[in-house]
Design a protein around this ligand. Structure first.
Ligand SMILES: Cc1cc2nc3c(=O)[nH]c(=O)nc-3n(C[C@H](O)[C@H](O)[C@H](O)COP(=O)(O)OP(=O)(O)OC[C@H]3O[C@@H](n4cnc5c(N)ncnc54)[C@H](O)[C@@H]3O)c2cc1C
Length: 399
């Protein structure tokens, strides 16, 4: 029997940094690292053949929080922490789009709406936001966020309600011109291209099973083993990757990989989405939020994408399962019919789910939990806005 690897294989198997997870945080971390030090040998290890997490399963909002969500955050976190979060989201979107400025990510600037609902409790008993509360707080929110946007960010636009042809539950609209939508597939595809152009290697189908660390003469080295996928016909196993630093950007899967080092407070949160058939003369154009951000919808061409409803089953939705669930699907369909498109014929053509990793503070968590092992997660449902910022923080954790 010969050796499993040849003497040349080390070139493919040894790196300065391995980033686990090819989602929006992992790739931004790798790009920030390469921008800091172009001589670093960096590899991204992704379990899927394509990025298999929330980054390609989301709704594609480049958003910073609806008026109702920001009002709720002021009550929960206080004005200073809320300002800080909104500032990070807005600057994070700019940083991400700047990184991709010569790439087509399907960016559309039609602005965003907060659709305020009345009587909605009849179809959703867990309704969070009473419409008049947010409307009465617009001046407070606008003056808090004035240093970020330089002009009032939110406006009540009652005159635009009729043109949307919503159902009777929708009673008020708040508009911001500062929200956009992107095509999440194009965004991730182009981010991977940016990473590859910077010399970062992306290894797909590498499902990291564990991280083994060893310190010899003060130098720590990590060995990352993959689950056997039978990808290598010769040995029926993937050869392990060795590296000096690991950044674990595997979202809700992080505890599975790091529990030996630290007990991290990560709450998995499943998000679910439905997409309609094409609708002629669709009145919905841009991005929309409802009930404090617990529901969100947008147009994708002339289809409607609607997601959310986690608030109707918080415990059941704290899962990494990727299947859609019948109660949430039925709930979203009811909302689509009764609020969004009451006068329209359509079918539901697509349904999917994805998992997020929430932190209790709503702040991203970037932390070195052992020598050479850093974790990065916690965009709390706003990865498009936060990931470039989180990636930069993670890159700064490395010497
Ligand atoms: C339904 C839904 C709608 C959303 N809508 C929006 C939105 O409109 N706007 C917005 O800003 N945010 C939205 N989000 C949130 C956003 O998608 C996330 O905040 C963001 O994608 C998190 O990025 P991430 O890189 O941490 O995680 P992920 O994209 O989940 O990436 C983690 C990666 O790690 C890989 N991985 C996991 N375990 C391993 C392992 N052991 N070995 C190798 N690889 C591994 C996974 O395959 C995955 O590709 C939404 C999320 C969901 C679920």
């Amino acid at each position: 029997m010969g050796d499993v690897n040849s003497i040349w294989d080390a070139k493919f198997l040894e790196y300065d940094v391995a980033v686990i997870g090819g989602g929006i945080i992992g790739v931004n971390t790798a790009i920030s690292l390469a921008e800091k030090n172009s001589s670093l040998r960096i590899v991204i290890l992704e379990r899927g053949i394509v990025p298999q997490g929330a980054s390609t399963r989301n709704a594609g909002f480049a958003c910073f929080g609806s008026a109702s969500e920001i009002a709720a955050d002021i009550d929960l976190l206080g004005p200073e922490a809320t300002f800080d979060l909104v500032y990070k989201r807005v600057s994070g979107v700019h940083r991400l789009l700047d990184r991709l400025k010569n790439h087509n990510v399907g960016l559309e600037n039609h602005g965003g709406y907060d659709v305020l609902l009345q009587g909605f409790a009849e179809i959703d008993s867990s309704m969070h936001v009473m419409p008049h509360t947010t409307l009465q707080r617009l001046d407070e929110i606008n003056s808090l966020l004035l240093p970020i946007f330089s002009v009032p960010v939110f406006h009540a636009v009652p005159e635009r309600l009729a043109q949307h042809r919503f159902g009777a539950y929708a009673t008020h609209l708040i508009y911001t011109p500062f929200e956009s939508t992107i095509h999440s597939g194009k965004l991730m595809y182009e981010l991977w291209r940016v990473a590859e152009r910077k010399g970062i290697q992306i290894r797909t189908g590498f499902d990291v099973q564990d991280i083994q660390s060893e310190t010899v003469a003060g130098i720590t080295q990590h060995t990352l083993h993959a689950n056997s996928l039978g990808a290598n016909q010769h040995t029926n196993t993937q050869p392990p990757i060795k590296c000096k630093h690991v950044v674990v950007a595997a979202s809700a899967q992080i505890p599975m990989l790091t529990n030996a080092y630290a007990d991290l407070e990560i709450v998995p949160a499943r998000g679910q989405i439905i997409v309609t058939s094409p609708i002629p003369n669709l009145a919905i154009n841009g991005s929309y939020h409802m009930d404090g951000g617990y529901y969100y919808f947008r147009n994708v061409g002339n289809r409607v994408l609607l997601g959310g409803g986690r608030n109707t089953a918080f415990e059941a939705e704290q899962t990494v399962a990727l299947e859609t669930s019948m109660p949430i699907m039925e709930h979203l369909e009811r909302i689509c019919k009764s609020v969004l498109l009451p006068h329209t014929n359509y079918t539901i053509d697509h349904r999917w789910a994805g998992t997020m990793a929430f932190s209790s503070s709503k702040q991203p968590i970037v932390k070195t939990i052992a020598p050479g092992v850093t974790v990065a997660f916690g965009c709390n449902g706003m990865g498009v806005a936060m990931a470039a910022h989180v990636g930069n923080l993670a890159a700064n954790c490395l010497p």
